[in-house]
Design a protein around this ligand. Structure first.
Ligand code: PFF
Length: 466
């Protein structure tokens, strides 16, 4: 088998290996399926007008997300180090520059920033476990459920406390390491979550507003689509698949040689997209049935689902289980968000995994207070994209992840030689050719175009030429 140009026969990861192909797929799926699917997708789709956004999102997932995910995994497996060191090593090895390490560096920073607010919302789900279990939503009206949410996020101490508990949980699993920590957490979560989504879906179908929900999600109203919402769809595709920031690259570093990257990526993309669509189908009918607005923002899921559970037979039980599963899904995603930074500290500064995790975890916890306060004390402090939370979200999802994905695709498609990539992907004829066209042309140009168009630069250049 062709090996890298440096000639070392088989590189090994410092952090251990996945015990099987299934373990890898489960771990990447665990990282991909999270708040992004169930909390973020419906609310961003709602804010951006529904159908047209969903269609653009699906196109982004297939023609950009899938090839970028494959690129990221193959780079990770070839380098077998943390994303910073892997990009540096491969940059040199492929005859380019060690400065590619900055792509890994951007991922480390991106993960820290994303988790800083992700943990806050994950904290909300923890609080909602308790609220559901104690029957706070049983038979509650839409107004009561809404008031409960507003009063909860309005109190920075409660939000700060649940953010703290969630970060402690995340630190705990990441500190335990690849095999013991990451794998076990995922094994039951995804299937159980899927099952509960079907229960919700059945309820939605019976709500009488299913048709309206479906039509909101799948009938494109192109007049509602701005370049800003196209960028939001692209950002959502990256966010939900956990790509563009080295998380999947870090996981790829622990992937055994013989596993098919294409097959694993296809499985993850299918599961992730399926769960997001299911979440939308469950939520939008409930939004319309209860006279709520799809553009309600980050509180959307917390305002609709408790309402549905509150009216359902056995609702207290289902609601509790649902929020437990959502918290689990967030937990397995948080692991992916921390992994690039932790692996980097371990390798670069020779720290133990536990030390590195605590250091990074504390940093994220502190930064997270910017988002904790965005929903209460500092709610009126707005600039650029909105509150501190809005800005961190916009910067990471809509700028850093697409930019990271662009550079990763360029690296795999142009910088790495054909032999290196075909060695990793397996040169299976048309599939490899299709990946190469997507990674070299479609993904980079598509991302660049949307980024430039959304910030108005393209029109500015065009006006200069005209
Ligand atoms: N994909 C996760 C979600 O949809 O909730 C969020 C995420 C996890 C993004 C891990 C990036 C990452 F590295």
């Amino acid at each position: 088998m062709l090996k890298n140009q440096a000639g070392d026969a088989k590189r090994d990861s410092l952090h251990g290996h996945w015990s099987s192909r299934m373990a890898f797929i489960l771990a990447v799926t665990g990282s991909a399926v999270g708040l992004g699917n169930i909390w973020k997708f419906p609310y961003v789709a709602g804010e951006n007008g529904g159908g047209a956004f969903v269609l653009v999102y699906l196109i982004c997932v297939i023609v950009i997300g899938m090839p970028v995910m494959m690129s990221e995994i193959l780079i990770g497996r070839r380098g077998r180090r943390n994303p910073v060191a892997t990009m540096e090593l491969l940059g040199k090895e492929e005859g380019s520059s060690p400065r590619w390490k900055w792509v890994g560096g951007m991922g480390v920073v991106g993960g820290i920033l994303i988790l800083s607010y992700y943990s806050v919302v994950a904290g909300w789900t923890l609080a909602y476990i308790v609220k559901s279990a104690t029957g706070a939503f049983a038979g509650a009206s839409a107004a009561a459920v809404g008031a409960e949410f507003d009063s909860f996020v309005g109190d920075w101490r409660q939000v700060g406390l649940t953010h703290t508990i969630f970060m402690a949980l995340a630190i705990f699993v990441v500190a335990r390491g690849v095999e013991r920590g990451l794998e076990q957490a995922v094994r039951f979560m995804v299937p159980a979550l899927l099952l509960l989504m079907f229960v919700l879906l059945a309820y939605s179908i019976n709500s009488g507003y299913f048709g309206q929900g479906v039509s909101f999600m799948f009938t494109p109203d192109w007049t509602k689509l701005t370049w800003g919402s196209v960028l939001a769809a692209l950002g959502q595709a990256f966010f939900t698949l956990s790509i563009g920031m080295g998380a999947v690259m870090a996981y790829g570093a622990y992937l055994p040689e013989e596993t098919s990257i294409t097959g694993a990526s296809a499985a993850v993309v299918t599961a992730d997209t399926g769960i997001a669509i299911l979440a939308g189908l469950a939520i939008f009918p409930l939004v319309f049935a209860n006279g709520l607005t799809p553009a309600a923002g980050p509180g959307l899921v917390f305002n609709t689902l408790p309402l549905a559970f509150g009216q359902m037979q056995g609702g207290v039980f289902f609601a509790t289980i649902f929020f437990v599963l959502l918290a689990f899904a967030a937990w397995t995603s948080a692991i992916g968000l921390m992994e690039p930074a932790v692996a980097w500290i371990v390798e670069r500064f020779n720290r133990t995994r536990a030390q590195a995790t605590v250091m990074i975890g504390l940093l994220i916890w502190v930064i997270g207070f910017g988002s904790v306060l965005s929903f209460n004390v500092l709610a009126d402090l707005t600039f650029l994209a909105g509150t501190i939370y809005d800005n961190v979200d916009y910067l990471t999802s809509n700028i850093m992840l697409p930019l990271g994905g662009l550079l990763i695709a360029v690296f795999a498609g142009w910088v790495m030689c054909r032999n290196s990539t075909s060695d990793e992907l397996g040169n299976s004829g048309n599939l490899f050719k299709a990946w190469r066209i997507l990674a070299r042309f479609v993904a980079p140009l598509g991302i660049l175009f949307v980024l430039l168009k959304a910030v108005g630069l393209l029109d500015w250049v065009a006006s200069l030429i005209a």
